[in-house]
Write a protein that binds this ligand. Structure first.
Ligand SMILES: Cc1cc2nc3c(=O)[nH]c(=O)nc-3n(C[C@H](O)[C@H](O)[C@H](O)COP(=O)(O)OP(=O)(O)OC[C@H]3O[C@@H](n4cnc5c(N)ncnc54)[C@H](O)[C@@H]3O)c2cc1C
Length: 405
């Protein structure tokens, strides 16, 4: 075996890392490169859906995920204008098709760390940090990438295939000249966290979507750095209000007070403001290079589908590359990967995350009542409830993708 007998992966986020682990467990050498020195602990994904828990079982991550995460079978839709719980869904209602009848609340960086620690124990897995992919070229035999260190020095590496798991601004996708159509929401999202316990105070579950015509929000509980339990809230920040204003204690306290009046002020642990996009790459593969995760599709976080569907991409792709590694025929296999995963990103992840946001923010009173009633009716009808949970858990998406030839 030569140095270039490996799969190259750009990006050691949750998608890159779980994909690397799947390939390594299959005995395929992996060289992984990430621009950052460390795994960022910023507030991003917080939920592993039941479908993802089932898929990562074969990676041996489950015991540690379950040890660190919080089981969350229930999630709520609320209406703040009438202060009511519109619908409370329960994953246990579809426990006949789930190995784990709950979502697992766990910070994204911990999921990455768990995958990394297992991967590092496998011979043939190499992780290079502070190596930013800047260029790639490919031919019939393989791919050559250039990575740059912080001091500006450059190295080249070769592999049989390259996976671009380098996030929404993917250099891999841009280098392949693959279009990334879609749109950016006009409002930005602000994510903040507090130790204040909304379950105890107001009967929130660990995942809650709270509708309101102007100030809708999502409230999510995660374990916290020392399993102390911490609540994250996601609020919209409209117009061109300066960053300092919407990131100020005063602005955030006012948003929290709308969710639940509390005095003295909430303790604020973390805050971050960001723009949100809905985009799907025009192709998930070109030649010997494939995209997965945010490099291939981005969406708003309502419903917690970005990281989950990205991990589903990566594990699907790992199976295709394992087959190509042993038997060749990568063109057909990567074309099938594209056929299986790209339409699913549109049909489930884009459609559901956009619908979730529209329900939360609807400001026409009639339309708003209709949307909320639909949710309540869905919850109260056995057949509709089951169909909704199969979609929300992403189980249906995985089954449908796998059935595509
Ligand atoms: C506030 C918020 C809440 C969210 N909540 C959820 C949730 O509950 N559930 C859910 O499923 N999703 C959620 N998401 C989405 C989720 O965080 C993303 O979908 C997920 O991070 C995508 O993983 P990834 O590995 O594809 O990309 P990323 O996590 O972006 O990782 C990309 C990696 O590539 C590296 N990189 C970038 N460029 C290069 C380069 N040129 N060379 C080498 N390395 C490079 C980066 O350093 C990074 O480590 C949320 C997102 C946000 C912002």
């Amino acid at each position: 075996m030569t140095d270039s007998d490996c799969v190259l992966i750009a990006g050691a986020g949750p998608v890159g890392m779980t994909t690397a682990l799947a390939l390594s467990k299959a005995g395929i050498p992996v060289k992984m490169f990430d621009a950052l020195a460390e795994i960022p602990a910023d507030h991003r994904a917080s939920t592993l859906h039941p479908s993802t828990l089932m898929l990562v079982e074969e990676l041996d991550m489950t015991p540690e995920l379950l040890r660190q995460g919080i089981e969350s079978p229930l999630f709520q839709w609320r209406d703040r204008t009438t202060d009511r719980i519109v619908a409370e869904f329960d994953y246990r209602d579809i426990s006949d098709v789930l190995t784990y009848p709950y979502a697992l609340q766990l910070e994204q960086h911990k999921t990455i760390e768990i995958a990394r620690d297992i991967a590092l124990s496998i011979d043939g897995f190499e992780l290079y940090r502070e190596r930013e992919l800047t260029d790639l070229i490919q031919n019939d035999d393989g791919v050559e990438i250039t990575v740059q260190a912080p001091d500006g020095s450059r190295e080249t590496h070769r592999g049989r295939f390259l996976i671009g798991a380098d996030g929404g601004r993917s250099v891999v996708r841009k280098s392949l000249d693959i279009d990334f159509p879609g749109f950016t929401w006009p409002e930005r999202f602000i994510i903040v966290s507090t130790y204040y316990d909304f379950e105890e105070a107001a009967g929130y579950r660990y995942r809650n979507y709270v509708a309101h015509p102007e100030q809708w929000c999502a409230m999510i509980k995660v374990p916290g750095e020392h399993s102390e339990g911490i609540w994250r809230a996601l609020f919209p920040a409209f117009g061109d209000a300066p960053d300092e204003h919407v990131l100020s204690d005063e602005w955030i306290q006012a948003r929290f007070a709308e969710c639940y009046p509390y005095d003295p002020p909430y303790d604020l642990v973390h805050r971050n403001l960001y723009s949100v996009h809905q985009r799907v790459a025009a192709s998930f593969a070109k030649g010997r290079v494939a995209l997965a995760g945010d490099a291939a599709h981005v969406n708003n976080p309502l419903g917690g589908m970005g990281m989950n569907s990205g991990i589903h991409d990566g594990l699907n792709l790992a199976k295709k590359l394992e087959e190509a590694w042993h038997g060749g025929g990568h063109e057909a296999l990567l074309a099938r990967y594209d056929r299986q995963r790209r339409p699913m990103a549109e049909k489930y992840v884009q459609a559901q995350s956009i619908a979730n946001k529209r329900t939360l923010q609807e400001n026409d009173p009639e339309a708003r009542e209709r949307r909320l009633k639909e949710l309540a009716d869905t919850r109260n009808d056995k057949v509709l409830n089951r169909a909704y949970l199969l979609r929300a858990s992403l189980v249906q998406m995985v089954q449908e993708a796998d059935a595509i030839e």
